[in-house]
Write a protein that binds this ligand. Structure first.
Ligand code: ATP
Ligand code: FE2
Length: 327
């Protein structure tokens, strides 16, 4: 079976193609704002402008014609409404034109599924940290339950905001990482955890107040140490509660080497295994959407054109996971 997947929830337009055996293509174009955060209309315009090019590049990479595909999957939500429309329109057009199955998939679940495919994780507790989402997710009784999450903004968004205030370009996560690597010094700021939930807004404000008074490197390092410790502590609690011996890290922030190091160390101490997908499958990508579409189509789950509208607030725990048989 060959499935093409389209990702367009936020700043990335991605098209990927998978079969059961292989990842056949992974193409993307990223919207980079000149200033400030993601402007919904400008991001959507970027996606429309690059739609044909990225689609053709993916088909070329896979050496396939669209008519040879079995299905078209797309990110139906959650995400920025204007951006979601682009993927949905592309997917519906392709499915109707070539008479292919249409599968609208949940973006968060696709992050987990590609994480499992590209590592050996079987039933992990997932820490999903990106620009728009920060959640701890576990499969329980037929649904991926969110057992911990941010109470305000996502971790990636917090990194982007702090970097912007310090005059570094978007995306901020890699900039903060580069700065933090240059020092071991940290300043005392709050430690934002409440049970298995965490929050980052206050931490960003605290750090912003130090700009100009403390070296950028120290601010960056302090932010990383405090925020990453909080999410890793929440992950550990979640694993202890579920007696889980696998942790999976995904989302754009999962690329961060300090965060990976902390998760690795925590898992070592618990005699658990830590799984890190390759960077290109941590950040938003079309391949994860294609893979999620494939496993759903194999379980006879598909989407009619009538019910293929965008779902900007679609939480992963709203989806009945019919494609995995639990013990
Ligand atoms: P989602 O739609 O799942 O919320 P997203 O639109 O935020 O995803 P991703 O590509 O998953 O897209 O994540 C982007 C985020 O990852 C940005 O906030 C960026 O700063 C952050 N990021 C990227 N690289 C790093 C890094 N090395 N360290 C920390 N954060 C990083
Ligand atoms: Fe994502």
């Amino acid at each position: 079976m060959k499935i093409l997947g389209i990702e367009s929830t936020a700043h990335t337009l991605g098209v990927g193609i998978v079969s059961e055996e292989e990842i056949l293509a992974n193409q993307r174009s990223m919207f980079e704002p000149d200033e400030g955060g993601i402007h919904p209309r400008k991001a959507a315009e970027h996606h429309y402008q690059h739609a044909l090019e990225i689609l053709n590049n993916a088909l070329q990479e896979a050496d396939l014609e669209a008519g040879e595909l079995d299905g078209i999957a797309f990110s139906q939500g959650p995400g920025i409404p204007q951006c979601l429309d682009v993927g949905a329109v592309m997917a519906r057009s392709l499915a109707l034109r070539y008479d292919l199955e249409l599968i609208g998939v949940n973006h968060c679940l696709a992050h987990i599924s590609i994480g499992k495919r590209t590592t050996r994780a079987e039933n992990p507790t997932t820490l999903y940290v990106s620009g728009g989402n920060s959640q701890i997710i576990e499969l329980r009784s037929g649904r991926y339950r969110i057992i911990g999450e941010t109470l305000d903004i996502a971790l990636g968004n917090a990194l982007d905001k702090l970097a912007r205030e310090m005059d570094y370009p978007h995306p901020g996560g890699p900039e903060i990482e580069k700065l933090a690597e240059k020092t071991d010094e940290i300043i005392d700021i709050s430690y934002p955890i409440k049970g298995m939930d965490f929050s980052f807004s206050g931490l960003v404000t605290e750090c912003e107040r130090k700009i100009g008074k403390k070296d950028d490197k120290i601010i960056a390092n302090s932010f990383q140490e405090h925020s990453y410790s909080a999410v890793v502590e929440a992950l550990e609690r979640a694993m202890a509660q579920e007696n889980s011996d696998e942790a999976l890290l995904t989302g754009g922030v999962a690329i961060n080497s300090r965060l990976r190091e902390m998760v690795e160390k925590m898992c070592e101490q618990r005699d658990a295994e830590a799984y890190f997908p390759p960077s290109e499958y941590c950040m938003d990508n079309g391949t994860m959407i294609a893979h999620q579409g494939m496993i759903e189509l194999k379980a006879d789950i598909e989407t009619d054109v009538e019910s293929s509208g965008k779902k900007p607030n679609w939480r992963p725990d709203e989806v009945e996971v019919e494609w995995i048989k639990e013990d």
